[in-house]
Design a protein around this ligand. Structure first.
Ligand code: PHE
Length: 461
């Protein structure tokens, strides 16, 4: 069967879609939690260095594969070198697991939008937001229903092939998202008692730096800029053959990191004020427990809160669409399926996994799954922790390593660079630096991280 492959009408379409993929729940839901967990300033600095030195170059490598092969993430290797197809397979597996929990958290966002609109408990102050949130996720059924609504929305959009429209709308609204985030940062920095939170974030205390910081920063950075799973291979394959790619990659990584930093700045001082220093170790969920407090303390806060969660929903949706599109493109092209069939067949087992993730915070809280590392051996952890560790700390780094080794040592950085920068108008220094990173630096850092993940144990994500 010959498939009609889409193509971006303009470079802008490509930038929009890949930016939409990067900015999402990772920035607002995951990042602040990890800053709290892994020691503030030292984590942030490590994170930024990893984005610039490793994440950005791997983004370019992935993109080059896609543009050269003009195929999905697995098919690209069939064109370039079949032996490496397993790297595409790792990407798909990652996306499958990520999508299953992304939908659940996307559902939480939807719940908050509706709560802002209709739920009296939410704003009469009868319960704190922390109680509200834990009450909600510990219900067995309700979070599942919201997650399902989120998933169905994604399915409908992908089947109808209208994601471009969504990207356009969300791009138009993204500046507003940043404005609101900045307003929250200003508010949260001027709260009485905010000093503790600010210094936690910006004082780089190397005594809080350890291998966990490194593992956490790498996993989070790759997750957030959508690297190591072949998103960029797929989207790069829809890109026109001319035009360089470096500038847009820098913009996207920059904006993504800015969104993460702003959201941590808005959230962390409020976490310390409402939950105390110990609250920092609670990890995920800060956006749902602390941010509404920040809005409440702003004039007109309820409206801002509502708008913010609507925008967060859009950001989550565009990220989820990139995950689904990458997997569906693979199934359509490699397994000769129709778009509708591929979407449904992918989504059903994934939804089953979602149920596990969601219930592991409620009814199935005490059912644990094994996780292994060489120092503590087999440990039993809650399913949601195992799923996030599996993707962030193990499989995403592994996938990224595969892309580096393939481009650096098999396909060749020369050929890849021609795809990244077809006009050759970038100083040779950048080509050499990039090639050194892809061949040596990035693989070495990722191998070290994998050793720490499996060899030395690591805190909960
Ligand atoms: N990068 C997205 C975020 O930060 C999530 C994502 C992960 C998207 C993996 C695509 C692939 O929310």
């Amino acid at each position: 069967m010959k498939h009609n492959r889409g193509q971006w009408i303009s470079n802008l379409g490509f930038v929009l879609a890949t930016a939409g993929s990067a900015i999402g729940l990772g920035n607002i839901w995951k990042f602040p939690g990890k800053v709290g967990l892994y020691g503030g300033g030292a984590f942030i600095l490590t994170y930024i260095l990893i984005v610039i030195l490793i994440g950005l170059p791997i983004r370019l490598a992935e993109f080059a594969i896609g543009r050269a092969a003009q195929r999905n993430v697995v098919g690209a290797f069939h064109v370039l070198n079949r032996k490496w197809s397993f790297v595409g397979g790792i990407g798909i597996l990652n996306l499958f697991v990520i999508m299953s929990y992304y939908c659940v958290v996307g559902g939480w966002v939807l719940k908050y939008v509706i709560a802002y609109l209709t739920d009296a408990d939410f704003y009469t102050g009868t319960v704190t937001y922390q109680e509200y949130f834990s009450g909600f996720i510990s219900k067995p059924v309700e979070p599942l229903v919201w997650g399902l609504v989120f998933l169905i929305l994604c399915i409908v959009i992908i089947v109808k092939g209208v994601s471009d429209g969504i990207e356009k709308v969300s791009k138009k609204l993204m500046p507003l998202f940043f404005v609101l985030l900045i307003a929250c940062v200003v508010r949260s920095f001027t709260l009485p008692g905010a000093k503790e939170g600010i210094s936690f974030m910006f004082r780089v205390d190397w005594s809080s730096f350890n291998t966990d910081t490194l593992v956490g920063a790498l996993g989070q950075a790759f997750f957030s800029i959508s690297v190591g799973m072949g998103i960029l291979v797929t989207y790069g394959s829809y890109a026109a053959k001319e035009g360089g790619m470096i500038k847009s990659a820098m913009w996207i990584c920059g904006l993504d990191t800015l969104a993460a930093l702003l959201s941590a700045s808005a959230i962390i001082p409020m976490v310390i004020l409402t939950l105390g220093q110990d609250g920092l170790t609670m990890g995920g969920g800060f956006a749902f427990m602390a941010l509404p407090n920040v809005f409440d303390s702003l004039p007109g806060g309820r409206i801002f809160g509502l708008i913010f969660f609507i925008l967060l929903f859009l950001a989550a949706l565009t990220s989820a669409l990139s995950v689904l599109e990458t997997c569906v493109a693979f199934m359509i092209e490699e397994w000769n399926m129709s778009r509708r069939r591929a979407t449904v067949i992918f989504s059903i087992p994934m939804a089953v996994l979602s149920i596990g993730y969601s219930l592991s915070q409620s009814a199935a809280r005490n059912i644990n799954l094994p996780w292994f590392d060489l120092s503590s051996g087999i440990q039993m952890l809650p399913m949601n922790a195992v799923m996030e560790k599996f993707t962030d700390n193990l499989m995403i780094p592994l996938g990224a390593l595969g892309f580096c080794l393939f481009v650096g040592w098999s396909w060749g950085t020369e050929k890849a660079w021609k795809e990244i920068c077809p006009d050759g108008n970038v100083p040779a220094f950048f080509r050499h630096a990039w090639s050194f990173i892809i061949r040596f630096l990035a693989p070495a850092v990722i191998l070290m991280i994998l050793y720490f993940t499996l060899g030395k144990g690591q805190g909960l994500s």
